[in-house]
Design a protein around this ligand. Structure first.
Ligand code: TYM
Length: 373
């Protein structure tokens, strides 16, 4: 078994998600929990739940109990603006949009321009401008303007900062070192930053003057922030935020690790054009096919390691019958690797064409979504 590590800033190795549940101390998304969520969704469970992309949670049954009692929750998620968004980033947001529709709840969306200034070789002007560019991708997914509040940390600092220092006062440097693996060479802004990411997990409760449950959908790499925050929140008199975590969409190079901005060629950006998508997938998508057509026809391909198949399974072919046919045809050798890639290219380009149109339309309304001091 290979070594792996998952932190908010680095994901390495072949991730064993079962081990991660134990390491992070989270709970599995069980079939019983899925049955329960299905009822709220009138029988129509989201493909990311059906196919196990969202695999882990914290306190979700409690959050649903509260909801049943009439204590509605709000959603909170975010983005650290370092460049354009790739399709991996869209995973938690597509799912968050579904949750907003099913439960009819507000969403607070944090852009951590401060984080990326502190952690990357970037200016604050760059990270701040990128937040507004990335917001177009968020809005394009169809969030309800009346119930969705976007903010950057620096433009909302007057509201966030007094709450962040309440959190910071309860966290020691050794807790941060333990949670994130920092050393004495990390800058002190990095040590402080998790307090900023904690604030939206209770800010609406501060503003309402009563406790409101919070649900945070995220890629599992962000969980360490909330593990720390969940220890602090009760000390400040608030609920611990509930969470639901997704696995990573892999990069084109293979199933280990995650699609990441640091591997530009093996990510698909939301702004990629049709030709680029086709070229990247043909050239880089790791294939579970055999070396020759003859061999493939005889022995079949391996969908478990095939990135084109996995992307279809996780995101782009929600139809259960169709994905089963693709799977079976690939395993039997009837479907060739090049043909499988073409199915993905068509699906992905259709998605991106629609997304890019909505993304451009979002420019006109983006300001209406943002809250500032
Ligand atoms: P960031 O910008 O690194 O990532 C944004 C969201 O995308 C998820 N993600 C992925 N999910 C699936 N597959 C992938 N390949 C993949 N790559 C990224 C991340 O887990 C994240 O949910 N500090 C945060 C921003 C933030 C935030 C939050 C995120 C602020 N508040 C609350 C989640 C919840 C960041 O830099 O995310």
């Amino acid at each position: 078994m290979k070594e792996f590590s998952v932190t908010p800033w680095d994901v390495k190795g072949d991730i064993d998600y079962d081990k991660l549940i134990v390491e992070f101390g989270t709970q599995r998304v069980t079939p019983e929990l899925l049955e329960r969520i299905k009822k709220y969704a009138k029988g129509d469970l989201h493909v990311m739940l059906r196919r196990g992309l969202f695999f882990s949670q914290r306190d979700l049954p409690w959050l649903l109990d509260e909801y049943d009692k009439g204590n509605k929750f709000y959603l909170y998620t975010g983005r650290g603006p370092t460049g354009p968004c790739h399709i991996g980033h869209l995973v938690p947001w597509i799912f968050t949009k579904w949750l907003q529709d099913v439960f009819d709840v507000p969403l607070y969306f944090q852009f951590t321009d401060d984080e990326k200034f502190l952690f990357k070789d970037m200016t604050l002007e760059q990270t701040h401008a990128l937040a507004y560019e990335n917001a177009l991708d968020v809005i394009a997914l169809g969030f309800d303007k009346k119930k969705t509040y976007l903010f950057t940390d620096t433009d909302y600092a007057k509201t966030l900062y007094p709450q962040a220092i309440r959190v910071a006062k309860r966290i020691t440097a050794s807790t941060i070192k333990g949670a994130f693996g920092f050393t004495d060479t990390n800058n002190i802004g990095e040590f402080f930053f998790t307090s900023m990411q904690a604030v939206p997990a209770f800010l609406p409760s501060v503003q309402a003057g009563r406790n409101i449950p919070c649900l945070i959908p995220m890629g599992v790499d962000q969980d360490p922030h909330f593990r720390v925050a969940r220890d602090v929140m009760p000390k400040l008199g608030y609920y611990k935020p509930a969470a639901i975590h997704s696995r990573f969409i892999p990069g084109l190079e293979g199933m280990a690790g995650k699609m990441s901005a640091s591997h530009a060629d093996t990510a698909i950006w939301t702004t990629d054009d049709e030709k680029t998508v086709e070229k990247k997938i043909k050239k880089y998508a790791f294939s579970g096919g055999r070396d020759t057509i003859e061999e493939h026809r005889k022995l079949g391909g391996d969908p478990n390691v095939d990135v084109a198949y996995q992307w279809l399974y996780m995101l782009f072919e929600p139809d259960d019958k169709k994905i089963k046919t693709i799977h079976d045809d690939y395993v039997s050798g009837k479907l060739l690797s090049g043909e499988l890639k073409m199915i993905l290219i068509e699906k992905l380009n259709a998605f991106l064409k629609d997304h890019q149109k909505k993304r451009e339309a979002a420019r006109k309304v983006v300001d209406q979504f943002f809250i500032k001091d």
